[in-house]
Design a protein around this ligand. Structure first.
Ligand code: ATP
Length: 381
């Protein structure tokens, strides 16, 4: 896929969305969405159910029209004042959660569907089946394939016409956990090998974090943050992002000169929060806290107590409660993995670099999806 260039020498983005609005009756599905997907980039869009993710894809594909805003694909305006390019001429490839293969067509004919008038289609189909690691499946029918194989065929079909952008709508949600992990890796490799630009929407944060070159976090029709996954996790832009992506404790901090003093100790503040002066809520991640069994056991004055335990397979998180009722989720290192509910612990804050939110940022409009963010609160996902 050749990159169109603008005079500055910057490649034009594969997708540029500006000021997108979509209202269904009284429901505001999208409210001023701006988004850009760079050439050969995978952008993941993460958000709770109903936040507008699928609507973004439908508008980009041209399956419906926005109430306002513009969409450009590879530098070409496809939606906006002045008209709309029909879906079949937008040069987008789509992959849906239900694969949507044509049941009466063979695998090869499914892949060839979008290039059926191309005289070299047989070569292209063979090349794509090789790419998705199904080189011998061309003559088989979709129902003879597993879900994972069908989804790889769907990817090959989407890539066949060399689209300017591939749109993926929860492509793994019909697969079991093991297959999902496997196919995630495959998808990334396939898109990279094809040099394709893609946008993948999901409500699975592992998917968004592991697959995205950048990820956008969306809530109530708005993009709250769009950054590389490490930045979204390490420097969340809003309290919602801090608690929706990963587990985030929000702890009161008195901030001054780039340091936030919490009841657990000081944290170094980064980004814009380094300039906060006064009270704020600092983001404390479970791995920021070190737990130790209280020396005097349950009798130790002021000890925190384990109130909940969450085992994820690869890690154990313990929720601990202070005598005054504050609760925090903490990671249980090897020394304290055997701690049980009711055990007393002491907490120590590691040398932490994090962000904080001044009071104006901690007020979130009423949200249907996420738990409300209270002053000095922990929000479990
Ligand atoms: P999910 O993860 O559950 O698929 P989503 O983030 O993709 O959700 P959308 O499907 O984009 O969300 O929907 C956004 C909002 O718009 C929702 O409140 C939904 O009910 C509403 N909506 C979407 N399509 C329509 C429609 N055709 N008519 C009325 N409301 C709609």
């Amino acid at each position: 896929m050749s990159a169109v260039r603008v005079p500055t020498g910057q490649p034009v983005p594969a997708l540029r969305i500006a000021g997108l609005e979509r209202v269904y009756g009284s429901i505001v599905a999208l409210s001023g969405v701006d988004l850009e997907v760079r050439q050969a980039e995978m952008l993941t869009v993460l958000g709770p159910s109903g936040c507008g993710k699928t609507t973004v894809l439908r508008l980009v594909a041209g399956l419906e029209q926005p109430d306002a805003g513009t969409i450009e694909i590879a530098g070409r305006r496809v939606t906006g004042p002045g008209g709309s390019v029909p879906p079949e001429r937008r040069r987008v490839g789509m992959v849906f959660q239900d694969y949507a293969l044509f049941p009466h067509l063979s695998v090869a004919d499914n892949v060839a569907y979008g290039i059926r008038r191309d005289p070299d289609r047989a070569v292209r189909v063979a090349e794509l089946l090789e790419l998705v690691n199904l080189p011998d499946a061309g003559d088989r029918m979709p129902h003879e394939l597993s879900g994972g194989m069908q989804q790889r065929v769907a990817m090959a079909r989407a890539l066949a016409p060399r689209p300017d952008i591939v749109l993926l709508d929860e492509p793994f949600s019909n697969l079991d956990a093991a297959l999902r992990t496997q196919l995630r890796g495959d998808l990334r490799e396939i898109l990279r090998a094809a040099g394709a630009s893609a946008i993948l929407v999901t409500h699975d944060q592992d998917e968004a974090l592991t697959l995205g070159d950048r990820m956008a976090v969306m809530v109530r029709g708005r993009i709250e943050q769009c950054d590389p996954p490490e930045i979204v996790y390490g420097e969340p832009a809003t309290p919602f992002v801090a608690t929706f992506v990963g587990t985030g404790n929000l702890v009161h901090a008195d901030c001054r000169l780039g340091v936030g003093m919490t009841r657990l100790g000081p944290v170094r503040l980064v980004g814009a929060s380094a300039r906060i002066a006064g009270g704020a809520l600092a983001v404390i991640r479970p791995e920021h806290v070190e737990l130790e069994e209280a020396a005097d056991g349950p009798a130790e004055a002021g000890a925190w107590r384990v109130v909940r335990r969450r085992f994820t397979g690869s890690e154990i998180l313990l929720e601990v409660e202070a005598p005054d009722g504050l609760r925090l989720w903490c990671e249980a290192g090897p020394a304290v993995r055997r701690l049980r509910i009711g055990d007393a612990v002491r907490l120590r804050l590691r040398d932490v670099e994090t962000v904080a939110f001044a009071p104006s940022r901690t007020h979130q409009p009423a949200a249907a999806e996420p738990a409300p963010v209270a002053a000095e609160a922990v929000v479990e996902r």
